[in-house]
Design a protein around this ligand. Structure first.
Ligand SMILES: [Zn+2]
Length: 261
């Protein structure tokens, strides 16, 4: 499932038209999230370069899931590496001999990069920006810097450049799509989410929730650090993997699931 840049821009055109007739809920959201106007078009992060020179990439791609008939899924963990939970996640994955994809914050790689030293070759390591800004509100130069610095530190620490990028909060605008495409990064969202905060009081629920939602080709979002309510995922990771295996699923990285290089 991928979109050409033309598709993406066409989709944005449709939502821009939709903005002319905002509902009251949308108006309230817009008021609550209003910010300093960006360089172009008063508040939306444009997909144009500031000097309006042409993009250096012909197009980019965005995936939410893999197009596969096989019962195969990709577990993904965002926001690490951090000493609190990342080692626990790695141990659980190793116990089940399961690969995953980790979307790393550059600043955490700088501080705690050694945690993933043994991951190269087993797990996939992707770019989750330097310090987790909302890229929907960041202009082209800001997005370019966030992605480039993070790819550089990942290359420096692990000897391999990432080819995947996950936007914090799943927030995207023209600027981040353009920056990712120009840096040859595939933008990766997800179609199944570990809804940690819904299951803090009933931990077994997260196993059923993820198990019931998984489909062939699912990209499953989790986190390997963060607020305590997310621990429910880590505490139940063995059970989640066991459930998915019992349902006939095997595990792979996002690049393999989506047939990327
Ligand atoms: Zn994140």
């Amino acid at each position: 499932m991928s979109l050409s840049r033309r598709d993406i821009l066409a989709g944005m055109g449709a939502s821009a038209v939709g903005a002319l007739a905002m509902t009251s809920t949308e108006k309230a959201y817009a008021a609550a999230h209003s910010t300093v106007p960006l360089q172009f078009y008063g508040g939306f992060a444009s997909g144009l370069r500031p000097d309006q020179s042409p993009p250096s990439a012909a197009g980019g791609s965005v995936v939410w899931s893999g197009l596969t008939g096989k019962r195969q899924v990709a577990l993904t963990f965002d926001d690490g590496p951090m000493p609190d939970w990342t080692p626990r996640v790695l141990k659980a994955l190793a116990r089940h001999d399961v690969p995953a994809t980790f979307f790393l914050k550059g600043i955490n790689v700088l501080r705690y990069g050694t945690i993933h030293r043994g991951s190269v070759g087993t797990h996939e390591l992707g770019n989750h920006t330097w310090n987790h800004p909302d890229l929907a509100r960041l202009d082209y130069l800001g997005c370019t810097d966030q992605l480039a610095r993070t790819s550089a530190i990942i290359a420096q620490v692990y000897g391999t450049r990432p080819t995947l990028f996950r936007p914090p909060y799943g927030h995207l605008a023209g600027s981040s799509l353009l920056a990712a495409a120009e840096q040859k990064l595939t933008t990766v969202l997800w179609n199944v989410q570990m809804n940690e905060s819904r299951f803090t009081d009933k931990p077994a629920g997260i196993v059923a929730s993820v198990g019931n939602a998984a489909q062939p080709g699912s990209i499953i979002l989790g986190h390997d650090t963060g607020p305590r309510d997310r621990l429910v995922t880590i505490d139940n990771l063995d059970a989640i993997i066991t459930r998915l295996k019992a349902d006939g699923f095997t595990f792979t990285t996002v690049s393999k699931l989506c047939g990327l290089r």
